[in-house]
Write a protein that binds this ligand. Structure first.
Ligand code: PLP
Length: 377
């Protein structure tokens, strides 16, 4: 059996090596390292794939979130609601822009932001909601868009973990994540479902005016060369990264299908195990692209399981071990512990298993058998 890896970027590379190597060499030959034709082509191809009017590539997913919020013109003191259970980038940029982060609890089954908790957190200062499609599963966008409409709030989707997922609205309409809210941010960090070979990110929007504003912000606030109309940033996607992404985008659906197939095998192997709670899919099968395959461990010691797996050469991850509302940087005396009962429990129960496009049956068999051995001992 091959050594098990949390993410197998090398194995994935082997299949696309010829294309990737050739395109990277072409970029080097052309010396169009920044904003070259590869970037523009990738932008168009991603727009077509997502069914979104504008993709604005940038340097990473954290920048993408920040730039999206700058583009919307959010101002210091505006409150932005997001999930307590997510990667820190989401709340970080809210704080950096001197907006007020308002963290709310998530749902126990999907790990995604709880619409009822959003409703409870709305004040006259609330300006935006940032749902995160956590671990690759669509957040409850019917409810979130409804709340946003009712209270006149922006919706900024953090799609860093959800690229390629499709949300089916209750009326049957299907939309790719990232094309639902006012604006969305994604990351092409190497281990993401669509990852490049370094840092990369993008902003999506269907709003022509917002797209124009954002195109200036990513380029030092310039709409005309050396005319700086707004305070911007320098955030660009390198042409070499765009070349890698162009090679991988046509395979994204296949990659996501492989993740789903691996997830289904894991879930089948845990059937009947009452200490192992497998991921709950609430929508259609295309609403979850398994950026992570995350279990909840009940009635067994999660941390001891992590150590046990490590001792058997099985990598795993705890995403996330500390709720954001308890992180030093984001403490706020307005938060009450009882408002975060779900997140507070999840951080003690969750464990994410190896998930990538190259997982082999024999590896899944070994991983699941070791977990079953542990929880039943
Ligand atoms: C990865 C990630 C980000 C940040 O992306 P970077 O490209 O690493 O800056 C933001 N939000 C979520 C939910 C992520 O998983």
């Amino acid at each position: 059996m091959k050594k098990i890896q949390m993410v197998d970027l090398k194995g994935q590379y082997e299949f696309i090596k010829d294309t990737v190597d050739r395109s990277i060499a072409e970029v080097i030959n052309s010396t169009a390292f920044i904003n070259g034709p590869e970037v523009r082509e990738f932008q168009r191809e991603l727009e077509a794939y997502l069914g979104v009017k504008h993709v604005i590539p940038c340097a990473n997913g954290t920048d993408a979130l920040q730039i999206a919020m700058m583009g919307l013109g959010l101002e210091p003191g505006d409150e932005v609601i997001t999930a307590d259970f997510t990667f820190a980038a989401t709340v970080e940029v809210i704080a950096l822009l001197q907006l007020t982060p308002v963290l709310v609890d998530v749902e126990p089954d999907t790990f995604n932001i709880d619409p009822d908790a959003i409703r409870r957190a709305i004040t006259p200062k609330t300006k935006a909601i940032v749902p995160v499609h956590l671990f690759g599963q669509c957040a409850d966008m019917d409810a979130i868009m409804e709340i946003a409409k009712e209270h006149n709030l922006y919706v900024i989707e953090d799609n860093a973990q959800g690229i390629g997922a499709t949300y089916t609205f209750r009326d049957g309409k299907k939309v790719k994540t990232g094309a639902i809210g006012d604006v969305a941010a994604t990351s092409f960090f190497p281990s993401k479902n669509l990852g490049c070979y370094g840092d990369g990110g993008a902003i999506f929007t269907n709003d022509d005016n917002l797209a124009h504003v954002i195109r200036g912000i990513v380029n030092h606030g310039m709409y005309e060369r050396y005319h700086h109309d707004v305070v911007g940033v320098n955030s660009r996607l390198d042409s070499i990264q765009a070349a890698v992404l162009r090679a991988k985008l046509p395979l994204l659906d296949t990659y996501n299908e492989k993740r789903k197939a691996a997830a289904a095998k894991y879930t089948r192997a845990f059937e009947g195990e009452d200490k192992v709670v497998t991921p709950v899919l609430v929508g259609e099968t295309d609403s979850h692209v398994y950026h992570q395959y995350t279990l909840k461990i009940k009635g067994a010691d999660r941390d001891a399981l992590v150590a046990f797996l490590g001792a058997h050469d099985i990598p795993c991850g705890v995403y996330y071990p500390i709720p954001l509302h308890r992180q030093k940087a984001y403490l706020d005396e307005r938060y009450k512990e009882e408002e975060f009962s779900v997140t507070n429990k999840l951080v003690e129960e969750v464990i994410s298993l190896p998930m990538h496009t190259e997982l082999e049956d024999e590896q899944i068999e070994y991983i699941t058998s070791k977990i079953k051995e542990f929880v039943n001992e």
